[in-house]
Design a protein around this ligand. Structure first.
Ligand code: GLY
Length: 322
């Protein structure tokens, strides 16, 4: 088994004018993750590379394109988890960082902690020479428009419009699993609000013995049912991947409201991409596989020939900044 990568570009409203760009973005990220695995990279390397590419893509709510908080600023959350040793690194409320997923990985690899937040995370980033970028470089016209629009209460607005997140799960040829998730959070959120994304077991979870999950959707709902770990609990109870995901999503909506989506990968390489939101862009790719799988509508699984050559340069997060 050469491994597999499954990515998502966020559950919620994906308007028709953005649908093709979101499909293209997740396919590109999955192919990038598969390329890292093909080159002998670990599952952690693959999820980091895939998520960094999505952070660089202005069509998604993470990195460039992050939504704005109530003050019109960007505060980002990210999580990485290595299922081989149950190690995790997370950052919350970070500003001026182009790729929070890379910072989360540094927390995992270079500290004895599992999460750093706000000014402490910024200080840690500076100490390692992680470059700070001006907030304007992360903001897009769309994120500013969403902020303006959401300043006024709108009973017609679907709650799925308020969020979106990116994430990935991967299995490498050594049988190790990993997950990564990154987000700008929820548009017009309170300053200092931390969502589910950096919380271990909510925004993601990876355990070589159980599987790997990355979630997206209503953070306050996801956190209250610890969605990623709940899905894996369902798998432990003997459910199929699809049943485990759907049951956890239904439980969340029934008990605390909200909608969500997730990508899920089993230790034997089986995977699923499920949501109960309006839409969720996702894609799956394996090194050497002829086909790439992807979807946007609920339950949709489409295939197309996998790209034959590397799509971007050799570095992590090598996608174009726009
Ligand atoms: N699921 C992302 C957030 O609510 O922050």
């Amino acid at each position: 088994m050469e491994g597999v990568v499954v990515v998502h570009g966020g559950a919620g409203v994906v308007t028709d004018d953005r649908a093709e760009a979101c499909r293209a973005g997740v396919k590109r990220a999955a192919a990038q993750g598969a390329r890292v695995l093909a080159a002998g990279g670990s599952a952690v390397d693959a999820v980091e590379a895939a998520v960094a590419l999505l952070e660089d893509d202005p069509n998604f709510n993470a990195g460039v394109g992050s939504v704005l908080n109530a003050d019109g600023d960007i505060e980002q959350d990210a999580l990485v988890m290595d299922g081989s040793r149950l190690a995790a690194g997370a950052v919350s409320c970070v500003r001026n960082i182009a790729n929070p997923v890379l910072l989360a990985r540094l927390v995992m690899d270079k500290t004895s902690h599992a999460m750093l937040t706000g000014s402490g995370a910024a200080e840690f980033a500076r100490s390692l020479g992680v470059p700070e970028v001006p907030a304007e470089q992360l903001e897009t016209p769309r994120s500013r428009q969403r902020w303006e629009k959401n300043r006024r209460p709108d009973p017609q607005r679907h709650p799925d419009e308020l969020h979106g997140t990116v994430g990935a799960v991967a299995l490498d040829r050594s049988g190790n699993l990993a997950c990564a998730t990154s987000t700008g959070g929820m548009t017009n959120k309170m300053v200092g609000r931390v969502g589910d994304t950096p919380c271990i077991g909510s925004g993601g979870y990876a355990d070589n013995e159980l599987g790997a999950v990355s979630t997206t959707g209503d953070g306050e709902s996801i956190m209250r049912v610890v969605l990623a770990r709940l899905v894996l609990f369902n798998v432990q109870q003997g459910m199929s991947l699809e049943e485990a995901a759907d049951s956890a999503l239904s439980h969340m909506t029934a008990r605390v409201g909200g909608t969500a989506g997730l990508v899920l990968l089993a230790p034997d390489g089986r995977w699923a991409a499920r949501c109960n939101s309006l839409r969720m862009s996702w894609a799956a790719a394996s090194p050497g596989a002829a086909l790439l799988h992807y979807g946007l509508e609920r339950g949709e699984i489409l295939t197309e020939p996998a790209p034959p050559v590397p799509l971007t340069g050799p570095g992590l997060g090598a996608g174009p900044k726009q």
